[in-house]
Ligand binder design. Structure first.
Ligand code: E4P
Length: 221
């Protein structure tokens, strides 16, 4: 499973990329708004992210109509070869995706909340779909069920569209997504950070250090 980092924060991206476990980044208007004041404009922020990640970087178009989305996408795609344009799951959005796939601009249909929306996005030629599981859990729907449904549907018809499990809230979401076989999980920094940790690992390291301390003079290298 590919791991994308769900953030626009440069320090967080640098930190996780150094560990060699990040395959891409997803941003959205809320996440880029949090970085206000750190860069002169959005292009500069996105270009910096692309330089660090060197993998797919999603940036969201905010126009409502297909023409506006395509025009934003064309501008974004000039920033870097790694750009993936996030397009909202609307009729105009799908119209834009069809046009953009003809122009070889990669797309990620965002704000997917049902298997039918994912099916339509795949038929329109989207490279990625982003079902938001945490937001479904928030309203008492089983978010992970739509990942299983979409995974099954895409396998039935051999669509090339990849599933990005989005709106991840805790490490168990990642385990469940991986067990289903989703291609990508986009994970917030704090959730990814928790995935490294286990109290038994920390206790084990302490014990090994303490035991070796007793013989370190004898075993000097
Ligand atoms: C996905 O690409 C989105 O940026 C993200 O996962 C949204 O998650 P949220 O529900 O935590 O805002």
């Amino acid at each position: 499973m590919k791991i994308f980092l769900d953030t626009a924060n440069i320090e967080q991206i640098k930190q996780m990329c150094e560990l060699g476990i990040v395959d891409g980044v997803t941003t959205n208007p809320t996440l880029v708004a949090k970085e206000k004041g750190k860069f002169n404009n959005l292009s500069e922020l996105i270009s910096t992210i692309c330089d660090i990640v060197k993998g797919p970087v999603s940036v969201e178009a905010i126009s409502d109509d297909a023409e506006g989305i395509v025009s934003e996408a064309e501008k974004f795609s000039k920033i870097s070869k790694y750009i993936v344009v996030k397009v909202p799951m609307t009729k105009e959005g799908l119209k834009a995706v069809k046009i953009l796939s003809g122009k070889n601009i990669k797309t990620n249909i965002t704000l997917i909340f049902s298997a039918n929306q994912a099916l339509l996005a795949a038929k329109a030629g989207a490279d990625y779909v982003s079902p938001f599981i945490g937001r479904l859990d928030d309203i008492s729907h089983e978010g992970m069920q739509i990942i299983a449904d979409i995974h099954e549907i895409f396998s039935n018809y051999a669509f090339n569209t990849e599933i990005i499990v989005a709106s991840i809230r805790h490490p168990l979401h990642v385990v469940e997504a991986a067990k289903i076989g989703a291609g990508v999980a986009t994970i917030p920094f704090d959730v990814l950070d928790k995935m490294f940790r286990h109290p038994l690992t920390d206790m084990g390291i302490e014990k090994f250090k303490a035991d070796f301390e007793k013989v370190k003079e004898e075993y000097k290298i």
